[in-house]
Design a protein around this ligand. Structure first.
Ligand code: C2E
Ligand code: CA
Ligand code: CA
Ligand code: CA
Length: 279
């Protein structure tokens, strides 16, 4: 038994070591990508469930590795947050997103919006409002065309200073959205305390809604809560027309997911709007 315990310990250490090596490798890759300007922003359309027309986009950061392959955010965002690199990366994503969508609005004459994800570390900075207003001023994007998406856990960490910044931005017209709704601590008091004006129904519930009655109940509850509170809702991760149909039947709302389009680079946006993003 003693031997076994020792071996287990060794296996555990080895696992920890591998995790550390993996973390360091990702952090170094991220730092290089930032230095060498190999980060990119992809945009995923958000559609009105009533008629599938594109109302705006969510900005999602991407990394191009040395071979030119695109790496999705889920592979590096945790390391970006732990290392603090999310702050410079986030500022760049914000600028790039505002610039792209301002140009697209100009080109198409359509009142398109863009939603940018905000990490807890960005939200808690004293210069948050200045950074956001600077990006808007620089690019000419109107305040009401920008949504900042925060997760429940980011709000959990938020103090009064953060609240003040968000209130200031919201009063200027910037939209605050609550991301991954239902997956976190889901304290409904956030909805009163913070100037939140839309909820994103998490993909984990949407993907199960047509097969699992529990997931379907949660989606309905979130949609109901949003409409009772006068908030807009966006269902994320919509992949099937069955999901779209059920969601559309729940009342006025919005959707985002592979059914409509994957996230695409900026140069594909005009084509995507011309086609409509009907499958
Ligand atoms: P999120 O904000 O919940 O973003 C949605 C994620 O779901 C994206 O993954 C998107 O590509 C993916 N997705 C969209 N539609 C579908 C679908 O129909 N099916 C499936 N299976 N997936 C779908 P991505 O781009 O890898 O981003 C992962 C997370 O990383 C995001 O989750 C967000 O929390 C974070 N993130 C992405 N970009 C940024 C950023 O610029 N700043 C910060 N702070 N976080 C970011
Ligand atoms: Ca998001
Ligand atoms: Ca989300
Ligand atoms: Ca999610």
């Amino acid at each position: 038994a003693k031997r076994l315990g020792k071996d287990r310990h060794a296996v555990y250490d080895e696992h920890l070591h591998e995790q550390t090596v993996e973390y360091q490798r990702t952090e170094a890759a991220l730092r290089n990508a930032l230095d060498e300007q190999r980060l990119a922003v992809y945009f995923q359309p958000i559609v009105d469930l009533a008629d599938d027309h594109v109302v705006g986009f969510e900005a999602l950061v991407r990394l191009r590795d040395e071979t030119g392959r695109i790496v999705t955010a889920d592979r590096f965002i945790a390391v970006a947050e732990q290392s603090g690199l999310i702050v410079p990366i986030g500022t760049w994503v914000l600028q790039e997103s505002c610039r792209t969508i301002a140009a697209l609005r100009h080109r198409t004459g359509r009142p398109l919006t863009v939603a940018v994800n905000l990490a807890a570390q960005q939200a808690s900075r004293a210069d948050l409002a200045d950074t956001v207003l600077h990006a808007l001023g620089d690019t000419g994007l109107p305040t009401e065309a920008l949504t900042l998406e925060l997760t429940e856990s980011a709000l959990l960490e938020a103090d009064d200073a953060t609240l003040e910044q968000l209130v200031r931005l919201s009063e200027l017209g910037v939209v605050i959205g609550l991301d991954d709704f239902g997956t976190g601590y889901s304290s409904l008091t956030y909805l009163r305390r913070f100037p939140v004006s839309h909820l994103k129904v998490d993909r984990s519930f949407v993907s199960g809604m047509t097969s699992d009655s529990g997931d379907s109940t949660i989606v309905r509850a979130v949609v109901r809560l949003a409409s009772d509170l006068g908030l807009e809702w966006i269902a994320e991760g919509v992949e099937t027309s069955e999901q779209r149909r059920e969601l559309a039947a729940m009342g006025p709302g919005y959707a985002q997911g592979y059914l409509f389009s994957r996230p695409v680079p900026a140069d594909q946006l005009p084509g995507l709007l011309d086609r409509g993003c009907e499958l």
